[in-house]
Design a protein around this ligand. Structure first.
Ligand code: NAD
Length: 253
């Protein structure tokens, strides 16, 4: 699809990969709605790119419904959805002093990363299904998994489970939505330099970067956004998860 003039929703769009994606879409002439729980950063970024901010918790049905309604009132029916909202806790299955992984933390991770992604997908697609097609397509959904879906590290049981769920639902959701002419593609990023990693000392960032075979550095959020652009623009990409990782395969720790 040609991005210019289309309405788009980016969850987790206040920061990091979602922030860069929202900026790329706005730059290419899309009307962008940023959905995030971080009000300050979300409103500032939306203003900077000429978009709209809505406080949305992706894990909450009513919150997503009201965000989609606000975005639609301002921009019309959204054709593009990019799911970037996510959390990444590091907790071992059995921790220090033989304490079991708190179940709440596991549940919250799955609720935001997996159920939250599906919650936005289903509500976005239900609205879009009622819109006229543009040529052979109605719209595109891009999800964000992680290489942890395939090579989860020590402490990533919840995170890897949530992200492999995103990978697992990609094909069946693409098949479900094919009749509505909506494509679904998932990106599994390797290690990208987002606020999460910017907090680490330079030496730690460099060390992570050297684990990437080629190019031997951390990914840039703009490179993630570039992948999103390719997915939106190439109508044959559908039902697939694409690793974007410089050939890294994560070690156990
Ligand atoms: N940075 C990496 O190296 C990397 C690698 C693989 C996958 N990912 C995935 O990419 C996505 C973006 O990560 P990032 O590195 O840009 O992190 P980030 O922390 O910069 O951005 C995540 C955003 O999601 C928002 N968010 C969290 N919970 C939310 C909720 N319930 N509802 C709405 N918004 C919520 C946060 O406020 C934040 O703005 C995540 O899903 C993450 O798991 C990141």
């Amino acid at each position: 699809m040609k991005i210019e003039g289309l309405a788009a929703i980016v969850t987790g769009g206040a920061s990091g990969l979602g922030g860069a994606t929202a900026a790329m879409l706005a730059e290419l002439g899309a009307k962008v709605a940023v959905f995030d729980v971080n009000d300050e950063a979300g409103a500032a970024h939306a203003q900077a790119i000429g978009g709209l901010f809505a406080h949305v918790n992706v894990a909450d049905e009513a919150s997503v419904a009201s965000g989609i309604a606000a975005a639609e009132a301002a921009h019309g029916t959204a054709r593009i959805l990019v799911n970037c909202a996510g959390v990444a806790p590091a907790i071992k299955t059995v921790g220090k002093e033989n304490v079991a992984h708190p179940l709440d933390a596991f549940r919250r991770t799955v609720e935001i990363n997996l159920i939250g992604s599906f919650n936005v997908i289903s509500q976005f697609a239900a609205r879009l299904a009622a819109a006229d097609p543009l040529g052979e397509e109605r719209g595109v959904i891009v999800n964000t998994a992680s290489v942890a879906a395939f090579d989860g590290q020590i402490g990533q049981a919840a995170y890897a489970a949530s992200k492999s769920g995103v990978v697992g639902m990609t094909l069946p959701v693409a098949r479900d939505l094919a009749q509505h002419r909506i494509r679904v593609v998932t990106i599994a990023p390797g290690i990208f330099l987002t606020p999460m990693l910017m907090g680490l000392p330079q030496a730690a960032q460099d060390s992570l970067g050297t684990q990437v075979p080629h190019p031997s550095r951390l990914g840039k959020p703009e490179e993630y956004a570039q992948m999103v652009r390719t997915i939106i623009e190439n109508p044959m990409l559908n039902g697939e998860t694409i690793r974007l990782d410089g050939a890294i395969r994560m070690a156990p720790r």
